[in-house]
Design a protein around this ligand. Structure first.
Ligand SMILES: C[S@@+](CC[C@H](N)C(=O)[O-])C[C@H]1O[C@@H](n2cnc3c(N)ncnc32)[C@H](O)[C@@H]1O
Length: 192
């Protein structure tokens, strides 16, 4: 069997365990730094409490009514719900998340928001997106790509499912320079 030199499986397990264990998101105080009052008023308090992102990809996605959106690593669904409001019932939103429990949470929050008719949550991995080629107009993602040990693969998957002329709006963490080994080799740092 080929050796996993990038420790991809270990990293995936560490990320999975970390997100399976948390019992709440970053909370309203953090959400208020990322979203305006008007945006937060569009989302149920339960989804706001579960916000775990690092930015506001929907704000820059220039979504139009009728568009099909994929939210990669949708978590509790805050951005999926905001996207659903912008594309309306003639559009569609799919939230993709590694964890079934996150998908259940997203489904519950979309129902509370009244956008469940055109919003669904799909368990799956960003490195192997369970959607056909050229099936969405816009991909959004918030604080998720940094968690992948296979970022090129995840990006290739995003481009595969995008229709020609489609758009991406991604908020994420980037690293400039080298991380110190005690951070680069720390499993909790990968998940965090
Ligand atoms: C930092 S949270 C961000 C959640 C959400 N985007 C938000 O802004 O609140 C990262 C999310 O990505 C999911 N995730 C981690 N690795 C993933 C993968 N390989 N494929 C899909 N989702 C993944 C986690 O389960 C978690 O819900």
């Amino acid at each position: 069997m080929a050796e996993d030199l990038m420790f991809q499986d270990e990293i995936k397990e560490a990320v999975r365990d970390a997100y399976a264990e948390i019992s709440t998101g970053a909370g309203e105080t953090v959400a208020r730094r990322l979203y305006s009052d008007d945006e937060l008023a569009e989302v149920p308090a339960e989804a706001v409490a579960w916000a775990l992102g690092v930015g506001n990809p929907v704000r820059y996605a220039l979504l139009r009514p009728g568009e099909a959106v994929l939210d990669v690593g949708s978590g509790g669904g805050i951005d999926s719900i905001l996207a659903a409001r912008r594309v309306g019932s003639t559009g569609s939103v799919i939230g993709l998340d590694l964890l079934a429990q996150m998908c259940e949470r997203g489904t519950q929050h979309a129902r509370l928001a009244g956008v469940d008719g055109w919003t669904r949550f799909l368990p799956g991995e960003m490195e192997d997106i369970p959607l056909p080629d050229s099936s969405v107009d816009v991909v959004i993602s918030n604080g998720v790509l940094n968690l992948s040990a296979r970022k090129s693969r995840a990006l290739a998957e995003i481009f595969r499912v995008l229709r020609p002329g489609g758009r991406i709006s991604i908020a994420d963490l980037t690293v400039e320079g080298e991380l110190p080994p005690e951070i680069a080799n720390d499993q909790s740092a990968w998940a965090g």
